[in-house]
Ligand binder design. Sequence first.
Ligand SMILES: *Cc1c(COP(=O)(O)O)cnc(C)c1O
Length: 398
Amino acid sequence: MADALQTTYNRLPVAFERGEGAWLWDTEGRRYLDALSGIAVCGLGHSHPKIGCAMAHQACTLMHTSNLYRIPLQEQLARRLCALAGMEQAFFCNSGAEANEAAIKLARLHGHRRGIDQPKIIVMDGSFHGRTLATLSATGNAKIQKGFEPLVEGFLRVPFGDSAAVAEYRNDPDVAAILVEPITGEGGIRVPPEGYLRELRSIANENDWLLMLDEIQTGIGRTGRWFAFQHDDVIPDVVSLAKGLGNGFPIGASLVSGRATDLFLPGSHGTTFGGGPLACRVALTVIDVIQEEALCEHAEQYGARLLRLLTERLAAHHGVIDVRGRGLMLGVELDRPAGEIVRAALDRGLLVNVTSERVIRLLPPLIINDAQITEIADTLTDLVVEFLEKTEKHRITA
Ligand SMILES: *Cc1c(COP(=O)(O)O)cnc(C)c1O
């Protein structure tokens, strides 16, 4: 029983015992198609043999030494990620929230270096940046903040996707940075207007602000590029990574370039576990596999196919507001609360998630195949159509 656990989650009544590729098996031996990947984590699918072997081999060789010593695998991973991202330096931690904590600290150091006493960071409505005090304060969701006041100060909030609202802070001498997700994850798979990141880049350049991208959900191939910002031809100053980087082994990273390099000095930031040999070996192997199996291209192609199938079948259906996304990060927005679809999908052997109450979120593994794409589209179409018929009277008419 779960009665000895603190109640941080409303869990579904299922437990998985084994996984292979995009499939999971529960404790009764029932099979499920995983269209969520442990929330954008297991991009290579479950039990990828190269990941398991790399992990086992490293675990039998060396697991942890601390950051008091050089860690060659950490140096190697830093070089590899920086080369892929066009960035210059990396800091490694253990989760997404920690990567964003590093970003927030960098923004404050940058502000102080510019002579700002109380530096501020522009953040977005509907954003999600994590559950630590600073990252939940940056998050644009009152439900996540409620009960944890006093919040961390120093965040200015504007609507997501609206670069003009950011530009209004041009003359504010206290602003040091912008923190934004290229596509919102928890915030409902919202895709900003074309050119948004480029506009933010130019506003940040004009004002000597850091452009800090939270790519924790969008990064590591998810949207069909290594990083979502690569669709827009910009180079950010700071990038936060986690989720897909370890394929299930915890690791986070904060990459910096340009004006954000060399802000941390010995003693300004640290971590006991971050960047250990085991986590770095796993992440290096994840990168190898994504390259060897051309999974960015695969995500782009198969994501486009799933988006097309769902758009053809659902976009014109009454009750469906939008079908959208990029690569294998897709959302189907309905006009009413849709939480119960998660359970109905589970009963049919499909794992999906609903976020922002009304958005069905799909984050299938990058290794998804044709037959599995078809199965996701077929099952989800049936579920949505049945759900909309059954709940017609509860429609929000606003
Ligand atoms: C998941 C997520 C986080 C938080 O990551 P944790 O590893 O849960 O701390 C932050 N930002 C975004 C965009 C995320 O999707």
